[in-house]
Design a protein around this ligand. Structure first.
Ligand code: HEM
Length: 489
């Protein structure tokens, strides 16, 4: 080996540790001859390379993550018994993975798309995952529609591209999407970076205190960097020039010691008020108005450490809305209920049955203790411990204390629609959002929407979509109709 190399790391070896004599020429049967099957260095290297990829996430495939610290800044013990929220000043380690939704792993960051906000709190009572977005609402309100919705966002089975026809066909046939679509095509639809956007838990969750009193809660993470967005033109340019713009921005800001932070707020609704609230509080297409349930500041989230290895810590990271801790639980939101199944299932498929044991995924402030064993990739961590419960050898035992409080239900089973409350319909909050926008923002919204809608090839789909926006606000629908007609001349 030439003198120019630093040899202090010792010899290169095979996976079984044998020194490798030549990593540049494979072993041939004679000079200029074919290769030999006995060249295990070559075979092992090629075989390992073929297996480098795991399935990408079916949604949110592109992402970037960072570790951080959550600090409690207000006493919330009257609402929840969660230990990590039990004391002002208490700090909890976190890992946050941001993402875009529709693009595949090799896509670009600067897209008009919701951003994922998957936050893991490594608490002493187990990991608590809050898997939200940068938007307070969503396109649909029942989990059974999610695969259909995502199929329209992803590539068409024939053309292999995202098709405006499919996207608008689904949205126009799912009028509950109008609120989220209005949000997405407004100014916040393309954040300038992951640091310059807010995060939301989006769903309603349950908090329960020591006395067993229940509250419904919504989480908000307000960026301390300020909101910054890209226009469609800026994004189109950036996506071409620097597809990794968001990922790079996050890593570099942490490297510079500019740690991004968010002010953590919650809206809290006493459980007894839910039935009479003007909007169904478990409908993910609706927000709770701030005037009804003002946001309370409860903490600070700071990101301060980059992962060392993207594959190990970001690609293999897993987050599940079903990862709760004592004092926090699900609501009957039909989207959330479906997600309680979907994520664990995705993890077992994508990362394997022992995904929870990986360093980024396992509890950091406590340990997992149960009778689950073995399977692909099992590391033998339990040694000789018994693998059943109950047992009389000092094994872990059940607590008899559910994490969350029971929810009262009644009535027959059935494929029921999400019940409408006094002011609910599919359009009311979309209209409010439209009217809240400045005239400039309305202009950009109409331009963004019409630019995409004008690509639809079928007039009936275009008209159905416009009719939905008109139901949100007559002027909104009219302006959109004019803009689309202009583009389709
Ligand atoms: C019923 C509707 C939904 C279903 C079935 C669903 C399913 C999934 C699946 C299968 C993944 C990939 C998980 C993995 O491979 O690790 C995923 C990722 C994700 N989903 Fe959903 N999703 C739904 C709705 C939502 C909603 C409403 C939000 C936000 C409010 C959301 C936020 C996310 C985020 C942030 C990720 C990326 C997690 C990560 O960084 O690993 N999803 N979703």
């Amino acid at each position: 080996m030439s003198e120019q190399f630093d040899n202090t790391a010792g010899p290169l070896t095979t996976e079984s540790g044998a020194p490798i004599s030549n990593n540049n020429q494979s072993e041939a049967a004679g000079v200029g001859g074919p290769l030999l099957i006995q060249d295990q260095v070559l075979l092992e290297k090629l075989a390992h390379f073929n297996r480098e990829r795991i399935p990408e996430r079916v949604v949110h495939a592109r992402g970037a993550g960072a570790y951080g610290t959550f600090t409690v800044t207000a006493d919330v013990t009257k609402y929840t018994k969660a230990h990590f929220l039990s004391q002002v000043g208490k700090e909890t380690e976190t890992f946050l993975r941001f993402s875009t939704v529709a693009d595949s792993l090799g896509g670009a960051d600067a897209r008009r798309d919701p951003r994922g906000w998957a936050l893991k709190f490594y608490t002493e009572e187990g990991n608590y995952d809050l898997v939200g977005n940068n938007t307070p609402v969503f396109f649909i309100r029942d989990a059974i529609k999610f695969p259909d919705f995502i199929h329209t966002q992803k590539r068409d089975p024939y053309t292999g591209s995202q098709e405006a026809d499919n996207v608008w066909d689904f949205w126009s046939l799912s009028p509950e999407s109008v609120h989220q679509v209005t949000w997405l095509f407004g100014d916040r639809g393309i954040p300038a970076s992951y640091r310059h956007m807010d995060g939301f838990g989006s769903h309603t969750y349950q908090w329960v205190n020591e006395a067993g009193e229940q509250f419904w809660v919504k989480y908000h993470f307000k960026t301390d960097q300020g909101i910054k967005n890209l226009t469609q033109d800026e994004a189109n340019k950036l996506a071409g020039e620097d597809p990794d713009s968001h990922q790079r921005d996050l890593r570099e800001s942490i490297e510079r010691g500019e740690f991004p932070s968010w002010t953590v707020q919650v809206q809290i609704m006493p459980a007894a008020e839910a039935p009479s609230y003007r909007y169904n509080p478990f409908d993910l297409t609706k927000v709770w108005l701030n005037e009804d349930y003002p946001r309370i500041t409860i903490g600070k989230l700071e990101l301060n450490r980059n992962p060392d290895n993207i594959f190990a810590e970001v690609e293999q990271s897993i987050f599940s809305p079903a990862h709760f801790v004592p004092g926090i639980g699900p609501s009957p939101d039909k989207m959330l209920q479906g997600r309680l199944f979907a994520y664990g299932d995705a993890h077992r498929y994508r990362v394997g049955i022992n995904a929870d044991h990986l360093p980024v995924n396992r509890p950091h402030a406590t340990e997992a203790r149960n009778g689950n064993r073995d399977g692909l990739g099992y590391d033998g961590r339990h040694g000789r411990q018994k693998n059943y419960e109950p047992n009389s050898f000092g094994g872990p035992h059940e607590t008899g204390q559910p994490l969350w409080a029971p929810v009262h239900v009644n009535g027959p089973t059935g494929e029921w629609e999400t019940p409408a409350h006094s002011e609910d319909d599919d359009f009311v909050q979309a209209g409010k959002l439209y009217r809240l926008m400045s005239e400039d923002e309305q202009d950009r919204l109409i331009a963004n929407l019409s630019g995409f809608l004008a690509k639809v090839t079928r007039e009936d789909i275009v008209q159905r979509a416009i009719a939905n926006f008109a139901k949100a606000d007559e002027n909104y629908g009219k302006r959109l109709a004019v803009a689309v007609a202009e583009l389709r001349k």
